[in-house]
Design a binder for this molecule. Structure first.
Ligand code: COA
Length: 148
């Protein structure tokens, strides 16, 4: 598998798996760096790194194609994002996910992130459609970060 930076032909379908707002996805693609993971010339995963405040970068979107999930690719991508952020000289990497995203919360903590805060009602305020995962309403954003 190779992970490479792309500047065009973004895998929008995959990016929308992690963030259902096409408007938000397009906005952060303009300011962030989009990396894709390729296996046998097929895009199997994607992540975006977006500089936010000074010294800080956010892992803003990460997704693995459904048929390739559960095989360790997500963990590999999160670890690669952390490595790239460190190599680029950032001192902090952040990530945010919904209160209902149990698997994602497990993944980020297994990759060294610690919970730093809760952005209350983030999803009710910013998303028009109601989001429900595993019977849990997605209303708050759990913020996680790690020092590099
Ligand atoms: N409880 C406990 N651990 C869980 C879990 C759960 N419900 N769901 C996943 N995990 C763990 C796995 O066991 C694995 O840990 P391990 O290596 O110690 O076994 C780890 O999380 C990651 O698994 P991995 O196979 O690397 O993940 P993946 O390739 O399936 O990718 C996502 C994970 C989240 C990127 C993928 O599911 C995805 O693309 N989802 C849709 C988009 C999305 O929600 N993006 C995130 C937005 S915040």
């Amino acid at each position: 598998m190779i992970i490479k930076l792309i500047k065009e032909a973004y895998p929008l379908d995959l990016l929308l798996e992690a963030d259902p707002s096409e408007l938000l996805v397009k906005q952060y693609l303009e300011q962030g760096e989009c990396y894709v993971a390729e296996q046998d010339e097929e895009i199997v995963g994607v992540f975006v790194l977006l500089p936010t405040k000074s010294g800080t970068v956010e892992l803003i979107n990460i997704a693995v194609a459904e048929q390739h999930q559960g095989k360790g690719i997500g963990k590999l991508l999160v670890m690669d994002a952390i490595k790239k952020a460190r190599q680029q000289g950032y001192d902090t990497i952040e990530v945010g996910t919904g209160n209902s995203s149990i698997g994602q919360l497990a993944l980020y903590q297994k990759c060294g992130f610690r919970i730093t805060g809760i952005d209350k009602d983030f999803f009710t305020i910013n998303y028009a459609e109601e989001i429900v995962e595993d019977g849990i309403a997605c209303v708050d954003m759990i913020r996680l970060s790690q020092q590099l």
